[in-house]
Design a protein around this ligand. Sequence first.
Ligand code: C2E
Ligand code: MG
Ligand code: MG
Ligand code: MG
Length: 282
Amino acid sequence: RAKADGRNAARFFDPSMQDAADHRAAFDASMRNGLSMGQFRLFCQPQFDTRGRLVGAEVLLRWQRDDDLIGPEHFIGFAEESGLILPLGEHVLEESCRALARWQHDPALARLKLAVNVSVHQMRDADFPAAMATILDGTGAPAGRLCLELTESVFAENMLEITHRMHEICSQGVSFSLDDFGTGYSSLAYLKRFPLSALKIDRSFVHDIGIDPGSGSIVEAIIALAHKFKLDIVAEGVEDEAQRRFLVKGGCSSMQGFLLGRPLPMAEFEQMYRTAGSGVVS
Ligand code: C2E
Ligand code: MG
Ligand code: MG
Ligand code: MG
């Protein structure tokens, strides 16, 4: 771009900007290469019901770049800006559906649901429902076991279009949950307008349960709201026994957090939770 602008380029780029742009371009290229090399790995964090039974897992993406394991907060935003989020998100869905299909063969894993984070950029893509259908078809995954997690930012978009797209995906048997509930531009109208199956209480509220009585009240209010709207409720970031007890007593349907289980590489997750002695997962 700078070259094409010829003699005007200097007006737009000082050397430090050029450095930043070069750095950015190199990072984008490295991510693109990483995707083609299979460096983006799925981790799974177990989710449990109030009786402590495993009910599913959330898929959390990591970038294994040589010896570095890079967390999503360092690359998802860049992937959204560059557009790589579309093929990257498709990779996550494809691998998740492959896992669901594979799990059908193990009694302990076959009942689990898998929650996959989906970016607003994916929901903006008119081809997304068709891509989802192709992945379900190609992998043979049971669609009813797949749940897509959206954040409230999705609802700042063209509402009609997003609602329509969600219904298209729901008609394939896939469900939706609203992630990080309470942190965004929460409007109760969303709960009525969009086809949602669950709310996830953001971990910041869970974190403050024992510390700040206000947070406990917020959690109770969110749970009551979810019940009113017939939504399941998943609490994230459960780190201690007091939080767990508070959530169980409050009527939260399921939960995840370091107290109950850390995110594990997909293969380790399968190893850990599959039916003891079954050799199905290789
Ligand atoms: P999220 O969907 O809200 O995921 C929950 C985050 O909380 C995860 O961080 C998880 O490791 C962390 N967590 C779980 N339990 C605990 C706990 O007890 N204590 C604490 N302090 N943290 C806990 P992670 O894996 O770094 O993911 C961060 C965010 O990155 C996710 O937030 C999600 O928004 C995004 N993300 C992850 N994978 C994907 C993906 O495949 N696609 C997209 N679009 N976004 C993703
Ligand atoms: Mg999530
Ligand atoms: Mg969350
Ligand atoms: Mg969160």
